[in-house]
Design a protein around this ligand. Sequence first.
Ligand SMILES: [Fe+2]
Ligand SMILES: [Fe+2]
Length: 249
Amino acid sequence: MVAVAAVGDLHVEAGAGPRLRPLFQRAANDADVLLLAGDLTDRGRLAQAEAVCEVFGGLDLPVVAVLGNHDHDHDEQTRITEMLTDVGVTVLDGSVATVVAAGTTIGIAGGKGFAGGFAGRSAEIFGENEMKAFARHGQRTAELLGTAINSLDTEWRIALTHYAPVPDTLDGEPLELYPFLGNHHLAAAIDSSAVPVTLAVHGHAHYGRECGVTPGGTLVRNVAAPVIAAPYAVYRLSADPGTTAVRLL
Ligand SMILES: [Fe+2]
Ligand SMILES: [Fe+2]
């Protein structure tokens, strides 16, 4: 059995490392890989990133992350990525990671994604240059995710983003916020995979709900910490769609 642990939106503050580290120290007993779905830091400050490194550096399982919008807030995302990489966390940005575990391979395609909204109510490349740039950036991040997904040649395929690919998992958030919480182009990218993606994991929607599905049938899980109400959720990956993404913890 393959088990994937995931959490997002920890919004770690400076100095929080010693308090949080014990919550993740046993993750290797529960799962084959730990996914971090962005907003690792509260405001993208380097002291906060130091604390994230203290929590996730040197765990006994692979840790694969994407950054969130909060991690970009002080324009230190490149340095934060370097710091995480230095302690062994793989940070994806329109790229892939492969984990060998339990005699199989798990491919993870990830990127932060971006805002833009959902079909019929989304930003379009039209009008003011600022609006065009906003819409174009959302489409571009989704294209990069799609290219990454289609480059995977692994038994299991996971899409990891911060922004949501579907509105299902935003249920509970104010409707006015939906355009800033996700982008339907991300779902199109996930559904573009020649071999179906097993599971799509995202964060960002603190008041959303856990379970959703893309138009193409890919199972989606919002693992924002307030939503999963646990240090991390653990999902089973199974060849049987009926038992894939069943939550084990
Ligand atoms: Fe967040
Ligand atoms: Fe966020």
